[in-house]
Design a protein around this ligand. Structure first.
Ligand code: HPA
Length: 248
């Protein structure tokens, strides 16, 4: 049975159904992670939970120490990672309060420490990132959603923007032309760093709002909160089923 790490995003700072055993703050060669790792169990499963934005939620997307977070999870013994992220929906099927399990990424973020392999004097290495998410983990999440009859989108291209502001309508239009279905601020460099450390990684995106310009009027915080509440309740159910089926 593999030890699973869950990285919780906006709207998911803890998982109710996990029995918490310990809390461990790792100091890494890359600095401090966003929070202590919560070590817990669900039935026979060992689970590590990390709040990406800290607990309480104070670390903005561009300020997150992604390297320290992934390093800490590796130190804690993570053998696979499910990353939960809040996103905006760009294409018509990606409607608010739904969950998507994206298959691809386009990275528009900048200025983030995005590699363990780029240190001075180390030989240059290039990881394969053609398929950024682990296919077996994606399939397991999709299968759990099917069993639970959750109305999820088993596909999608995740476009990662810098934040913390939301995008302009023109930026979203450009992203749609590029092929993005979803827009979020935290999907990268997290996914690439997990690949560098060879930890299988998949993303569970909860759609909080229509992306900029996809509806008339402003994107409101109250709308985001309402959709996230519903989407995160489904996500907890999905994760619980996924974890309990994780028998290999
Ligand atoms: N854009 C970027 N990140 C987001 C959004 C959005 O519209 N909604 C939730 N996270």
């Amino acid at each position: 049975m593999k030890t699973t790490a869950i990285i919780g995003g906006s709207g998911l700072t803890q998982i109710e159904s996990i029995n918490v055993i310990d809390e461990q703050l790792y100091i890494t060669p890359y600095g401090d992670p966003s929070a202590a790792c919560i070590i817990g169990e669900l039935g026979e499963q060992k689970i590590i939970f990390l709040a990406r934005h800290g607990n309480p939620h104070t670390v903005a997307p561009h300020k997150i120490n992604y390297r320290a977070n992934i390093w800490a999870l590796k130190e804690a013994g993570a053998e696979q990672i499910i990353a939960v992220t809040a996103v905006g929906g760009i294409t018509p099927e990606m409607s608010p309060a739904r969950i998507a399990i994206p298959a691809q990424i386009i990275d528009y973020s900048y200025g983030r420490e995005h590699s363990f392999l780029a240190e001075d004097n180390n030989p240059v290495q290039h990881i394969d990132f053609s398929y950024p998410y682990n296919e077996s983990l994606r399939e397991q999440l999709i299968a759990s959603a099917k069993t639970l009859k959750l109305d999820i989108q088993p596909r999608g291209v995740y476009g990662c923007t810098q934040g913390p502001r939301l995008e302009t309508a023109a930026e979203i239009s450009r992203m749609e032309h590029d092929g993005c279905d979803l827009v979020g601020m935290t999907g990268m460099p997290e996914a690439a760093l997990a690949r560098e450390l060879e930890i299988p990684y998949a993303n569970c995106s909860v759609i909080a709002n229509w992306a900029a310009g996809k509806i008339t009027g402003e994107i409101t915080l109250s709308e985001i909160i309402k959709n996230l509440e519903q989407g995160m309740a489904d996500t907890e159910q999905l994760l619980r089923h996924f974890l309990l089926s994780n028998t290999q």
